[in-house]
Design a binder for this molecule. Sequence first.
Ligand code: ZN
Length: 311
Amino acid sequence: MSEEDQEILNRQREKRKRVHRMKMAIISFFFIYLMASIVTMVMLTLKCVSLQKQIDTIADSLKTDGSAEATESSVEAENGDVLIMDKASVEANLATETDTLKVYLTFDDGPSKNTNAILDILDDYNVKATFFVCGKTSEEDKASLQRIVNEGHTIGMHSYTHKYSTIYSSLDAFKNDFSLIENLIYDTTGVEPKYYRFPGGSSNKASNTDMSEYIRFLNDSGIKYFDWNVSSGDATTQAYSADELVENVMKDVVKYKTSVVLLHDADDKTETVKALPKMIEELQAKGALILPISDDTTLIQHVTLSEDNNN
Ligand code: ZN
């Protein structure tokens, strides 16, 4: 082989090597690009899941009791052997024409800017109601708690934080929240509260844990919990007018001997305040007794512990 041939051969080898290196570079580039895309996709998916969880948590804490009651009549206890819907007591509570209707107006979520207006109206009609209050600690709020008690209304607990994700996270968290609201009411008014309304009701679906634990805790503590069987609709996403709130209540109270009516005492529930005089007048025109919750009140509970029911 001449030197010239050798030179040509070397150049050809060099060229093949360069082509090979370029091929490898292109393949490596596409491989890295593909891997980076996959990693980015996985990270975005994880981020989406985490954001959805945060949205759920925020939505939980914003929920009020009324949002749970929309499906209330069709709720089945998840843990059927422990929590039951007591159909017999619902049937026993159905009114006949001759029954005198007992109506318990209950206001959740207060105190609020509207508490005084509600109390003024109740006072005008000399009607007593029930307030399931939360942990509000300003001087105005404490004065409202005191006024509720002074004017002969029943004061009950509706959790301290009203944050579903907190109070229903564990039995310890529930007990802790319970002590806070119990102490606030006692320290402010001197009344030992005996009644509880679960945020979202006892049949709420916001709790990830079994509601039976919390119900058992209340039962063991001698605390009665009250749900509702008549909803004004003042906490549903549909914004009812004052007249519609009255209609919602009047349509249902005639069905039951004992009606526990769900209303809200919150800053933005001005229609509820507006509805109240007409609601009271129409109830009284029907001959209904408007009463505050007491130990004599027929329990209205969405779910109960089956073991208690058998006793
Ligand atoms: Zn509430």
